[in-house]
Design a protein around this ligand. Structure first.
Ligand code: 8YV
Length: 328
């Protein structure tokens, strides 16, 4: 039997390329070129598997042109780049990389929350610009994080890890909103109380978005939702950029309608809305919530293990549509 062929669509850790090369004929993109879609499709010809990192759109049109493809393994927990029903209909397995990035991503959610509420990057820019020439008592004063009310939108693994940090580490009251309510014992374990979205937005001092990005969640936070928030509130997004209407957020930040925001993800990333770039009261980071050495390596190894598990051994670790393997 010939070895399966796979494509690694972006540059990844050499040790992971080597691991995959022990099982497959590998075409790797170690130059990290951004392939236009047509080139991706062309390179997928004759491949049974593809290692994706989240930016590659896998949909019905692509699948129709890549009939040999059997698995797409995302090096990300989010999989909004996959049209899952189309993949299932085409009999193509989808896998993501859950679990291994939970704590690291929760850390970053907290880092953005702290930075936004305490104006950390704004204060650093002020200092670096040579504007610090005295100590006014109201210089860069912000909002407290400890003892405040935290609102978490999206209570999956990462949301729960943020709740634990807030409740146990910072003495916060934690509200959460989620498609479905957690069992009471789980709510107690993370110290969080369920609330409707409007109640959460009205009550929370700090709001963190960590909800999966689906068509229904597009712009779930717009002008009307921001209008419910306290003028002293901060808004953090570590989910996907499309959860927020960025123009409405920029307008609210400019007008002081809310105090500050911390954003790791953007609707048109890597392009960032110029209206946000023009705001001083927003902390902006380039989608780095999972970016620590151990976590990024664990994510890459999990994606690789899914390819090996499915193509070489018939058993992927974290399938999203196991029904294509004949399992419910
Ligand atoms: C990834 C992420 O680094 O896992 C996710 O869903 O957002 C990040 O951890 C990113 O998706 C890579 O493109």
């Amino acid at each position: 039997m010939p070895r399966p062929s796979i494509l690694i669509a972006r540059a990844i850790f050499p040790e992971v390329v080597d691991k995959l090369a022990a099982h497959f004929d590998v075409e790797a993109n170690q130059a990290d070129e951004i392939w236009p879609r047509e080139q991706l499709i062309q390179r997928l010809q004759g491949k049974q598997g593809v290692f994706t990192t989240g930016g590659e759109r896998i949909d019905a049109a692509l699948l129709a042109q890549c009939p040999g493809l059997k698995i797409c393994a995302n090096m990300a927990v989010g999989f909004n780049n996959f049209d899952l029903p189309a993949m299932t209909a085409a009999g193509v397995l989808a896998t993501n990389a859950p679990g291994v990035l939970t704590e690291t991503t929760a850390d970053m959610g907290f880092a953005l929350l702290m930075a936004a509420a305490r104006r950390v990057t704004e204060a650093e820019h002020y200092l670096r610009a040579g504007r610090w020439d005295r100590w006014p008592c109201d210089m860069m004063i912000g909002q407290d994080v400890h003892g405040s009310t935290l609102g978490i939108v999206g209570m999956g693994r990462i949301g729960q890890a943020i709740a634990r940090r807030g409740a146990l580490g910072f003495g916060m009251q934690v509200l959460y909103h989620n498609r479905s309510r957690l069992p009471e014992a789980e709510e107690q374990a993370v110290g969080a109380r369920y609330a409707g979205l409007d109640e959460l937005l009205r009550t929370a001092d700090h709001v963190v978005l960590v909800v999966p990005y689906t068509p229904e969640a597009h712009h779930m936070i717009g002008a009307a939702q921001i209008a419910l928030m306290k003028p002293t509130a901060t808004l953090v997004n570590i989910g996907r950029g499309g959860l927020i209407d960025e123009d409405a957020l920029a307008q609210a930040l400019r007008a002081g309608r809310i105090a500050a925001a911390g954003l790791d993800v953007f609707e048109g990333e890597p392009k960032v809305n110029p209206a946000l770039l023009a705001c001083t009261n927003v902390v902006l980071t380039p989608h780095i919530a999972s970016a620590t050495v151990p976590t990024r390596k664990a994510m890459a190894h999990l994606a690789a293990d899914n390819l090996i598990g499915y193509l070489a051994q018939g058993r992927p670790l974290t399938p999203l549509n196991p029904e294509v393997m004949g399992e419910a």
